[in-house]
Design a protein around this ligand. Structure first.
Ligand code: IMP
Length: 197
């Protein structure tokens, strides 16, 4: 099962893990289960904590992810706080504006950043696996593009000459931090599926 209620994440994970013989269920399939607070200092701690709680609660193999944006000149901020950077109640667009404000006057070459995604897998027997994917880029000088979500409009990909929000979703799904982490997790799940039969 996957410890999320985000239909986009479930769709992506189903597509990628198709054919391995796993039934992929989201948290919505189970009785209400208290949300795990993301209190960790690292993506790894948060992903593991969510996967452990979900495995304990459901008795199934549980996958959980945590992701965010790290900006080098801000010492890795917003990092694990990406989803609540600037407060819980502001929009994604406002969060992007706040980030641009913090980087005012900083030239593009010093705006290096990356998206990071950590995925944890915990089995009912308590075995734990953790993988990570990153996607390197720069914080753009202004927001551009309408695809994606979160910080995509201000995440500039030098190899495309565009922001993440200007490239089509199919393209993003090939290069994203999440896609890279999922590809690594697929190898582990294939191995575990082999061991089951
Ligand atoms: P979570 O992993 O669902 O907790 O998301 C963490 C936060 O990181 C999101 O709310 C976004 O602000 C940011 N984030 C994670 N992945 C992406 C992405 O692919 N594009 C843009 N923002 C992202």
């Amino acid at each position: 099962m996957v410890a999320t209620r985000n239909p986009g994440k479930i769709r992506e994970i189903r597509a990628l893990l198709e054919g391995l013989g796993y039934e992929i269920l989201s948290l919505d399939h189970y009785p209400p289960f208290p949300p795990v607070e993301e209190r960790g200092e690292t993506f790894r701690e948060n992903a593991l904590e969510k996967a452990r709680a979900a495995a304990r609660f459901t008795g199934e193999m549980a996958l959980a992810d945590d992701s965010g944006l790290e900006v080098d000149i801000l010492d890795g901020a917003p990092g694990v706080k990406s989803a609540r950077f600037g407060g819980e109640d502001i929009s994604d667009a406002q969060r992007c504006e706040l980030l641009l404000k913090k980087l005012e006057g900083v030239p593009l070459e010093n705006r290096k950043a990356r998206f990071r995604c950590v995925i944890a897998l915990v089995t009912p027997r308590g075995e734990e696996y953790v993988v990570e994917g990153t996607c390197e880029g720069y914080i753009a000088l202004k927001p551009k593009g309408g695809h994606g979500f979160g910080y995509d409009p201000v995440f500039y990909l030098p190899s495309y000459g565009r922001t993440m929000a200007q490239i089509p979703p199919e393209e993003k799904n090939k290069i994203s931090h999440r896609a890279q982490a999922l590809a690594k997790m697929k190898v582990i799940l294939e191995r575990l599926a082999g061991g089951r039969s």
